[in-house]
Ligand binder design. Structure first.
Ligand SMILES: Cc1cc2nc3c(=O)[nH]c(=O)nc-3n(C[C@H](O)[C@H](O)[C@H](O)COP(=O)(O)OP(=O)(O)OC[C@H]3O[C@@H](n4cnc5c(N)ncnc54)[C@H](O)[C@@H]3O)c2cc1C
Length: 386
């Protein structure tokens, strides 16, 4: 039975009630101060929402990706920004799927209770960009430790996390049969690592998104922090990306509805030339078009969730949902800004903040071009271009 976008009302009502305590003004102030929405993230964690995907046996609520996506959607739909905490929702999936029982017992209950935050995942590097198999950060085994050297960029929420998943090369590229082999993933305990081989340099950016450059200089990680088998890390990371992309698609859907609601209300109220500006079809059509595209993107988001929850392959749908939703929210953002006229640029309307926030998803966590090239090659069978 197809999922109706308005289902999951119980979850929606509860998340909306929590978000009502953190209105646009709260996020605006956090944005202006370039701060972190600590109170909001604590409230979400205490209410158990960020542990939605953790199975009950490890202290979470054992919900599916569909329900998790509803939580993220509602936060953005209420005017907030899930980007401050969405990593906590999906990063633990890597541990859950590929970690040992001992690792799961050690970390998951504490992540579920909020005692530990696993908000960060370090993949991107300054010199390799999207070409992930060329990463140059290395982890070399020395006895009961791995010694890490290299550099990462754009690694989010490190300053507000206790743990981080790290992708590093354990076998040089020249020595592997396939370039996707020879990389491994580790849990890095940031509380131990920072200042002892790991330096964190914040990157000021267009959005109030806590993100950083990381420098590894002989950082020692105990061997028991390796997740799964050595050399298989790239595959493990890819597994987790479908959840990430689908959740971010849902956040874009939430943003899109926020923009549509906001602009629809405004154009009905704003009188210019003696009538509401929303009476002009030149104003109506771009808003209506963005809404149509948003509704269509939402269907793909639910399709990706449904496949993921049924343990079916969903890479194509997760990528398509992310692209469609990011495009639809961006279209809605443009219409919203445009029809607020000059007021769209005033911070107190929150439009310019949400406009900046939703723009990020054209680029991260994967750019639109890379999604199109995935579809062209893997779905349509065209030759690989790079
Ligand atoms: C605010 C923010 C937070 C982030 N958080 C994290 C994080 O927590 N962890 C993490 O690991 N990474 C993170 N990232 C990194 C993000 O995933 C990358 O920025 C993104 O994947 C694009 O990689 P790049 O910036 O290296 O761009 P590049 O790979 O240098 O690409 C630049 C542009 O060229 C285009 N391009 C590149 N190759 C091709 C091609 N073959 N065909 C067509 N077009 C191409 C791309 O579409 C892109 O628009 C974050 C980024 C930002 C901005």
């Amino acid at each position: 039975m197809p999922l109706h976008p308005n289902s999951y009302e119980d979850i929606r009502d509860a998340v909306r009630a929590l978000c009502a305590e953190f209105p646009g003004e709260y996020f605006r102030q956090v944005d202006e101060a370039r701060g972190y929405p600590e109170k909001f993230v604590n409230a979400l964690t205490s209410a158990g929402w960020l542990a939605a995907l953790i199975p009950q046996e490890y202290g979470g609520s054992g919900l599916g990706l569909t329900e998790a996506s509803v939580i993220m959607e509602e936060i953005n739909r209420a005017g907030g920004n899930s980007g401050a905490c969405h990593g906590q929702m999906y990063n633990m999936g890597t541990l859950l799927r590929h970690g040992s029982e001992a690792q799961k017992q050690r970390y998951l209950p504490k992540i579920a209770s909020g005692e530990l935050r696993l908000q960060s995942m370090a993949v991107t590097e300054p010199t390799t960009g999207t070409d992930t198999t060329k990463i140059t950060t290395t982890a070399v085994r020395k006895g009961d430790r791995y010694v890490v050297n290299g550099q990462k960029v754009w690694i989010s929420r490190v300053q507000h996390s206790d743990l981080m998943i790290l992708l590093a090369r354990t076998t040089p590229l020249a020595e592997v049969k396939k370039k996707s082999e020879g990389m491994s993933i580790f849990v890095v305990d940031l509380r131990e690592a920072i200042g002892k081989g790991l330096t964190v340099q914040p990157i000021l950016n267009m959005v109030n998104h806590e993100t950083n450059e990381l420098f590894f200089e002989n950082l020692e990680i105990p061997v028991e922090n390796l997740i799964g088998e050595e050399g298989k890390g790239f595959k493990y990371i890819l597994d987790g990306l479908n959840a990430e992309r689908t959740l971010i698609a849902a956040e874009c859907i939430g943003d899109g509805y926020w923009f549509i609601d906001k602009v629809t209300k405004y154009v009905n109220e704003r009188i210019v030339f003696g009538r509401p500006i929303g009476q002009n079809q030149g104003v109506q059509f771009p808003i209506a078009k963005a809404f149509v595209n948003l509704e269509a993107a939402n269907l793909m988001r639910y399709k990706a969730c449904e496949l993921f929850d049924a343990h079916q392959p969903c890479g194509t749908e997760a990528n398509m949902a992310k692209m469609l939703a990011a495009d639809a929210s961006w279209e809605a953002a443009n219409a919203c800004l445009q029809f607020h006229g000059g007021f769209g640029f005033a911070c107190e309307y929150d439009v310019e903040r949400k406009f900046r926030e939703t723009r990020l998803y054209q680029v991260a966590p994967i750019s639109t071009n890379l999604i199109l090239s995935y579809v062209a090659e893997h779905v349509l069978g065209m030759p690989r271009s790079f």
